[in-house]
Design a protein around this ligand. Sequence first.
Ligand code: KIV
Ligand code: ZN
Length: 525
Amino acid sequence: MERVFIFDTTLRDGEQIPGACLNPREKLEIALQLARLNVDAIEAGFPISSPGDFEAVKTIAKKVKGPVIVALARAVKTDIETAWKAIQDAHRPRLHVFLGTSDVHIQKKFGLDREKALERGLDALRFAKSLCPEVEYSTEDASRTDPDYLARVVEQVIKAGASVVNIPDTVGYAVPQQFGKLIADLKNRVPNIDKAVLSVHCHNDLGLATANTLAAVESGARQVECTMNGLGERAGNASLEEIVMALRTRKDFFHLEAGINTQEIMKTSRLVSRLMGIPVQANKAIVGANAFAHSSGIHQDGILKDRATYEIIRPEDLGITEHAMILTARSGRHALRNKVSKMGYDLSDKEFETVYEHFLSVADKKKQVYDEDIEILVQDVIFAHLSDTKLYTLESYKVNTGNGETPEARVRLHREDDIILEAVSEGSGPIDAIFKAVDKIVGVLHKLENFQVHAVTETKEAMGVATVWVSREGCRAMGRGSSTDILKASARAYVEAINRIAYFLEHPSERCSSAATSEGQATSA
Ligand code: KIV
Ligand code: ZN
């Protein structure tokens, strides 16, 4: 069966969501998981955007085997040189050069005319080709480009050596029938079109990214650019899991195959959500918590008789384990080991013992421990090394509050030089009082930009995961904490976020691209 190539851009376009900021170790962790998912290409980043991104791309290029490793560059010599330096050690590197083709981009962004813009693009492409054998060229804002000019650009860039030509719907303007026709027309009228792979890259501003991508595939596009959980600039990009599962579930219609190891989809989705700090909405197709939850009596009855009545995808095919065995404090090591390895985690003895210890304390509080809880406990242990620093850790906290009273928090933090520090603060609520007490200990004020708590499962004793974004001195960072006690989860998240800020301020070169762009360097694609 003919193949569709899956080009994952979670680490580049996905990381352009406001507030996302992965450190190089986190980016590598996601790239390794994308390789297990078996994507064809990983767009690892935009190396010119920040030294941190450059380092992350370089590490991924050296360490991740299997997929093509792609680095993005504007049609600018220094961008291309920097991108090449970052990926030259990859087993299969690819430079991805982009330049706007719509009149609004050509005239307003660059102050050029169409001919000059084409010349600039071709010069950049030839330069990229002189460095890297595989070059992809993106005609940014293609869906709002004059089709005749677009066809000419596509023909010329293929002639100049582009192996992949990407047609982006940069602003999510396209509708499926029209976008499908645009791709079919390019296939029909560009004489050398069969010398390159035709790719699409759709944004979700009108909620049509997946539909547009599939329409393009039906018309002959053979590479799709997408992200895990549909993350990306503004409303996001086409979602990898939706495209892959649509191709697989409706093979009868598409007659195409993506080489994805679908059993890794759920794990990849949760990893990306955790490290980016962006929860997956409950009704998100394929990976949302409700994607396989049947609530109406008629549906439940149907499912019990035969799953095919209301289910078109088997959860097992996404790596979702059944809740067949809910663990309790009495389940023991063996049952937990078994569960963890069924979930696809291979823990060392030391890691397992730490998970077991945390499991016992959670089981003590909430009696029944679900797969979702265990996944959080495991991730807390195996990803502990990804944190930039443990400058401060939460030692303890106590809050006094009540109806009509001003909440007061007493917080103790352990500093990395083994000193315990304590402060007391009032706040407008218990969480505010905790955060203020932490600021008092650290001796600087942080601005709380965003704060979310969500329950991992539906029970009253559910584990809470808190995600906090804070900023200081123009630097923004995210922290995350989990516990059955949401005040503790919030305090942990806040401490992690301020640790990260302290680290970024001390190591400015490791700051991610979104942090750099917030200071006005217009290097976000
Ligand atoms: O949306 C877009 O056009 C892009 C390009 C850089 C491919 O992200
Ligand atoms: Zn994009």
